[in-house]
Design a protein around this ligand. Structure first.
Ligand code: AMP
Length: 431
């Protein structure tokens, strides 16, 4: 299958070729023709599948077919849950529309609204937005959605997890009823289906079959360690392994800050990325991580969502997540694009129940590794940490444990626990 056969215009093919893509990803193969036909689409897809091009390319084509050069109302609206994802999607929109006469802008919270308003006032065909800032500007009468023809909800499941349902409903009310709707979500849970029913019209359901996936290996390893010795162990692993690009997950914002300080004292260049950081600081941290000036990025779960960090060799769970599915999302940050990756978890006694949940979810029983000098504390309680301390940065309610889904659509859905006993392998979703 080639991009030409999908029915994309010359201008788009030129931009695709400039990006260096040669063949459409499975999600693109299925979504692009349906969207070009004007159909609503409900797709299971996550970061790493090529979903952004999957909706952006046909959206651009449809909007450029009927471009109005004099009056440029917003005709394409892409909603994303996080600022980072909005910025990433916007970059893609700009790249893919390079050879088209279409204008785009991005808006999100945490930064001054004036440059965003100025951009909108200059006239934009496509707006990428997070729901909160969009509503905020709409309430101030600074943006109109009356001419939206195509609406994309990207990472819809995350939007619901982050409590954006009411915002989304409000946004729907200020848009024309007749429009094309595209929804992308990693899971097809009941609330997602309900949301889809409310905003999509007889959608084509797009799911990539397992045959289309490429096996990728993520080696998973567990170290049992005393809580007080985790910092020492992580410093040892990073320094002795000479690791230069490591994504570390902590459960709390404070934990992320504390760990960063300690890494700094040990001459390991690190930065924290979480909800208390300004957008500028988050962007800078991510840029530093990508260009190699920072070797360790310490993140909380929500902050890490939607980040596109290619070819990440190491992910470390400094603390296990209290929601087993988040483990799958976290480790999905490694071993991207066909490269192999390593996911390491430091597990103290109070995380025993979380570890069991994870093992149950992914169908793996991990062998225990212990590093000399960093042994677990035999007297420590296996009682899980108290609820209040487990909350992640947006204080969102604890998610109910979900069953793993067998729907499968990309090359990161399989894990190979080569670092662990290879008991049973289940396909799992990563984010
Ligand atoms: P996404 O799932 O949209 O976040 O995309 C993940 C990564 O895959 C991004 O870095 C894209 O630039 C890249 N990508 C998207 N489509 C293709 C394709 N057809 N071939 C190669 N890379 C692609």
């Amino acid at each position: 299958m080639s991009f030409e056969k999908l029915g994309l215009s010359e201008a788009l093919l030129k931009a695709i070729s400039k990006k260096g893509y040669t063949t459409p990803s499975p999600i693109q193969e299925q979504a692009i023709p349906a969207i070009l036909e004007g159909k609503d689409v409900l797709a299971s897809a996550q970061t790493g599948t090529g979903k952004t091009a999957g909706f952006t390319l046909p959206l651009l084509q449809r909007l450029s077919d009927k471009a109005n050069r004099k009056f440029r109302p917003i005709r394409g609206l892409i909603l994303t849950p996080t600022r980072e994802l909005a910025a990433q999607v916007f970059t893609n929109v700009k790249e893919y529309s390079e050879f088209l006469d279409l204008r785009s802008a991005v808006i999100y919270g945490g930064v001054n609204q004036n440059p965003q308003v100025n951009a909108i006032n200059r006239g934009v065909d496509i707006l990428v937005a997070t729901p909160g800032r969009l509503l905020d500007l709409h309430n101030q009468n600074l943006v109109s959605l009356k001419h939206v023809r195509i609406l994309v909800l990207d990472e819809a499941d995350r939007m619901l997890d982050m409590g954006f349902l009411r915002d989304i409903e409000r946004i729907m009310k200020v848009m024309p009823e007749r429009r094309q709707g595209l929804m992308f979500s990693a899971t097809f849970s009941k609330p997602i289906k309900k949301l889809a029913n409310g905003i999509l019209n007889q959608p084509v359901q797009v799911e990539v079959t397992p045959e289309n996936t490429t096996v990728e290996s993520i080696s998973q390893k567990i170290y049992r360690v005393a809580k007080t010795k985790k910092t020492g162990l992580i410093i040892k692993l990073i320094s002795e392994g000479n690791w230069t690009q490591v994504l570390v997950f902590t459960r709390t914002k404070h934990g992320a800050n504390r760990l960063c300080e300690k890494l700094g004292k040990n001459r390991i260049k690190s930065a924290a990325i979480h909800g208390n950081k300004s957008q500028g600081a988050r962007t800078k941290a991510l840029a530093g991580f990508k260009d190699g000036s920072i070797s360790v990025l310490v993140a909380t779960d929500i902050a890490a969502r939607g980040l596109d960090i290619p070819l990440l060799p190491h992910v470390i769970n400094f603390e296990l997540p209290n929601v087993a599915e988040d483990y799958v999302h976290r480790i999905g940050r490694t071993g991207r694009a066909g490269a192999s990756g390593e996911a390491i978890s430091l597990v103290s006694a109070d995380e025993t129940a979380y570890l069991k949940d994870i093992e149950k979810l992914i169908g793996i029983k991990f062998p225990i590794n212990i590093v000399e000098g960093f042994e677990p504390d035999p007297n420590a309680s296996t009682e899980p940490i108290k609820q209040g301390q487990n909350r992640n940065q947006n204080s969102q309610p604890k998610k109910a444990k979900k069953k793993p889904s067998n729907g499968n659509f990309n090359n990161r859905n399989k894990t190979n626990n080569s670092g662990a006993g290879n008991r049973k392998r289940k396909r799992i979703r990563t984010k």
